[in-house]
Design a protein around this ligand. Structure first.
Ligand SMILES: [Fe+2]
Ligand SMILES: [Fe+2]
Length: 231
């Protein structure tokens, strides 16, 4: 699949990552994954959405890390936190691409890619830095919920793709807490945070609903997932 967003100049700092996805890749580097024909079709439509999100996250956190580098008040710890997230996201992308390479390519892959590209490119527009981080915290918490739903899908719990979802979920939970820290939530009122959360939730629900059938094929009802709203 053609990338949704260009690669970031990161290779040198990949060692920053403690992501469990690194070990997952090592463990499965010779693995041919077993899926039913229907699961293959469904995942070949869903994984591109996830990959596009991973590529977008890399740019968000890479740009933020560069901004911090220029700022005299930024701590070294903050920069390391951001570098680690960028490298985690690179590993997520690599692992998802590795699975995707073993799946058929949908005829409308360009439409799927374009749709998610528009969604992610629209995030952060006209937002303050605090709002942007609050939105990232919200988005990554939805990724955690989605990964959990995929873990509980009709795929066997011992399936390597399920263990990949579990590994990504662990990283995203860490990203949520770092993004929350940077959003300096005190700068936003509860109402402002709720509004951001609701707006992003609606847009994400709309994007994922375009693949409702593929989600259902692997046992995930996207509408039920989005009924539960949390703060
Ligand atoms: Fe990620
Ligand atoms: Fe993330």
């Amino acid at each position: 699949m053609k990338p949704c967003f260009a690669s970031i100049p990161i290779q040198a700092s990949l060692s920053q990552s403690n992501s469990p996805v690194k070990s997952w890749l090592e463990l499965h580097k010779q693995c041919r994954f077993t899926f039913t024909a229907l699961q293959q079709i469904a995942l070949s439509r869903l994984i591109p959405l996830l990959i596009c999100g991973e590529q977008s996250s890399q740019w968000v956190f890479y740009n933020e890390k560069e901004r911090f580098r220029q700022s005299p008040s930024a701590s070294e710890n903050d920069i390391v936190d951001l570098e680690r997230i960028v490298s985690d996201e690179v590993y997520h992308e690599k692992a998802l691409l590795y699975v995707l390479e073993q799946l058929p390519t949908p005829d409308d892959i360009n439409t799927i890619r374009r749709r998610s590209q528009l969604f992610f490119a629209g995030l952060g527009k006209q937002l303050t830095i605090e709002q942007h981080y609050a939105q990232i915290a919200c988005l990554d918490s939805w990724v955690c919920k989605l990964m959990l739903a995929l873990e509980k899908s009709t795929l066997p719990c011992s399936h390597p793709f399920v263990s990949l979802c579990r590994c990504i979920k662990q990283d995203e939970a860490k990203h949520v807490s770092i993004a929350k820290k940077h959003s300096k939530q005190s700068a936003l009122t509860k109402e402002q945070r709720l509004r951001l959360f609701d707006q992003l939730t609606q847009k994400l629900h709309k994007l994922l609903s375009t693949e409702k059938k593929a989600f259902l094929t692997i046992g995930v009802d996207i509408d039920t997932l989005f009924i539960t709203r949390t703060n």
